[in-house]
Write a protein that binds this ligand. Structure first.
Ligand code: PMV
Length: 344
């Protein structure tokens, strides 16, 4: 960490004297793959909006097979360019993120970006998490910044709060502070789990998470209780992970998820992400758990239900889900999601 800071100071000094110093040290292309993650104890609410400082801590699982792959190389002109069809909002977010991280690292080079998700975008499947994590990893590699994990996590957080967790795989904790970053707390190998993503809505969500968080914080009578009861959920989830206590993790995660949605539903105007199939699946998962199947649900800012289970239960759950009307499709993945980076 100390070495990295010195390196940054030296880099910025040299950059003033020799403007091309960054480019001499950098690679010509960098490709990064980062996975989406789902929070079991959620980040919902911002302590500072511009910097995506979370008002709460969070604990997440990396989803091995839901990934964004992003390549960065130098743009030929004096503008950032994209190889990929991005809607206006996504393009603006990517551009303002690039401007910000370039400024932080005294880099002026314009970039050409190619990016693809292997899962639906903007529907509550954490595409912003994998997207900004992959972009941060590629940026770090292209310019050979050699950032420590905590600083990469901080960089990704500037794009989206949950992206701070996607720079690692496995079980990850996001620690709130005035410059919040995430740390890995368990590997996928320590506790193999499966996640079944039940897609109940393929269309993009009506309201994005930042806007929804602000509306909730400003208008829900339950937002204060959400904040004040959050630390107990964090303690309980981390304990359950250390002890591999599936029942405790199930109870804590469902409770935390429903509290988060309660603040949304009670905001003005209300934010209701659920579809009828979302609710049906919640009932189904609870019934399965009551009859001994190790499974629980969680839902983020969208209609999709993520079912976390022991791998021995995956097939049974998939079979049960077939009866749900309104279920569009399922994606099954294991816990994992370590990022990968290549340069040339
Ligand atoms: O990082 P954002 O702005 O997409 O917000 C993520 C919010 C939730 O997915 C609902 C919760 C979480 O911790 O990921």
């Amino acid at each position: 960490m100390r070495v990295d800071r010195r390196w940054c100071i030296l880099r910025s000094l040299l950059n003033g004297v020799v403007p091309t110093f960054n480019y001499l040290m950098s690679n010509s292309t960098a490709t990064a793959s980062a996975a989406a993650n789902i929070a079991l104890v959620k980040y919902w609410g911002k302590a500072s909006i511009g910097n995506n400082q979370p008002a709460t801590g969070s604990v997440s699982l990396g989803l091995e097979d839901l990934r964004t792959t992003t390549t960065l190389e130098y743009a030929t002109g004096n503008q950032d360019t994209f190889d990929t069809e991005l809607d206006d909002k996504a393009r603006k977010r990517a551009l303002s993120f690039l401007d910000r991280v370039r400024l932080n690292h005294q880099i002026t080079q314009r970039l050409h970006m190619t990016t693809a998700n292997n899962f639906p975008t903007g529907t509550g499947l954490a595409s912003s998490a994998s997207g900004f994590a992959a972009l941060s990893l590629a940026f770090n590699a292209l310019f050979n910044l050699k950032l420590a994990g905590s600083d990469l996590s901080r960089m990704a957080r500037l794009g989206s709060g949950s992206a701070a967790r996607s720079v690692y795989g496995g079980v990850v904790e996001l620690i709130p502070s005035d410059d919040a970053y995430a740390i890995p707390i368990a590997t996928a190998e320590e506790w193999p789990l499966d996640v079944i993503v039940a897609v109940t809505e393929e269309r993009p969500k009506a309201i994005g998470s930042t806007e929804a968080m602000i509306q909730t914080a400003n208008t829900s009578p339950f937002y204060r209780s959400w904040l004040s009861s959050h630390a107990d959920d964090m303690t309980s989830a981390k304990q359950a992970i250390t002890e591999k206590d599936f029942g405790k993790l199930a109870d804590t995660s469902e409770h935390n998820c429903l509290k988060m949605h309660a603040t949304m539903i009670t905001s003005e105007p209300p934010i209701i992400y659920w579809q009828p199939a979302t609710v049906e699946i919640m009932h189904e998962v609870r019934a399965l758990r009551s009859s001994g199947t190790p499974a629980f649900f969680t839902i983020d800012a969208g209609a999709q239900v993520k079912i976390v289970c022991l791998p021995s239960a995956t097939d049974t759950i998939r079979q049960q889900l077939k009866a749900i009307t309104g279920l569009k499709r399922v994606i099954v993945t294991r816990l994992g999601g370590s990022p990968s980076v290549t340069t040339s």
